[in-house]
Design a protein around this ligand. Sequence first.
Ligand code: OGA
Ligand code: MN
Length: 297
Amino acid sequence: MAMSDSYEQAGLEIEPLHPALGAAVRGLDLTRPMSQESFVAVHEAWMKHLVLVFPDQPVSDAQQITFARMFGDLETHHQDIIKSAREPEIFRVSNVDDTGNLMEADHPTVAQITLAQRWHTDSSYRATPSMGSILHGIEVAETGGETCFTNMYEVHEALPNRLRQAVGDRKLCHDFGHLATLAPIKPLSEEERAAMPPVWQPMRRRHPVTGRTSLYISPIYNDAIEGMEQAAAVDLIAELTKFAGRPDFVYRHRWSNDDIVMWDNRCAMHRVTPYDLGERRVMHRTTIVGDGPVIAA
Ligand code: OGA
Ligand code: MN
């Protein structure tokens, strides 16, 4: 069955948002259980477009969790400061605390959330990194807070020879603890640190569903490359990050309240643009557990 047939059968409208990645999906109500037919169509669209935007989906946390679980098990975050007190599968991307109060700009949680202004892919520091993330805009920012996504398949294809050779078959270190070198975040407890030892992952990965090769980096967690001096590794990570952020690879999402945006962490990076921290921004994320170890390409 051709892809457009499965979309039509499931009553979905798919509108590409950028030549590199991103599509809006209409015709679904995510507050209600989704049929298997719709799931198949959404999954196909996700594999094709990497980032899906579902406008106007006023879901509860429980409904968001039900939708996310169709794709796999969900992560619970290893830090209490980020995890919702009510629903452990909700990761609070928010400058407002669990009781509804705006936090100060220098609060360690805000410092940590603010690190998402740099390119990364979620949970790359786990031995099995996340498959994908689903973010619900509950109180979106007016002053910025747009989320940018980059297509790492296209980045890999377009790498100049010099960078392609530098990447080679090397592995990159992903370390949650690296965040603490970038911002004054709340120090990890012994248990949190022990739960998240650094992991080494191939820089070229093969997507388990599409079979396509992408560049796999997550710069907020990276500062070491196998077989390279530290300074050279840091330079290479910076150069790859800059290349990946070229506008022709990037879709920039301007949020409306009750947008749901879902992205594939196996082949896309993301970052959020700055916004006025005096403005409330409340976003709830569910994070789908990876479907297996990273496969080297
Ligand atoms: C995330 C993230 C970006 C944003 O939820 O993983 O990086 O727009 N958020 O808040
Ligand atoms: Mn993120």
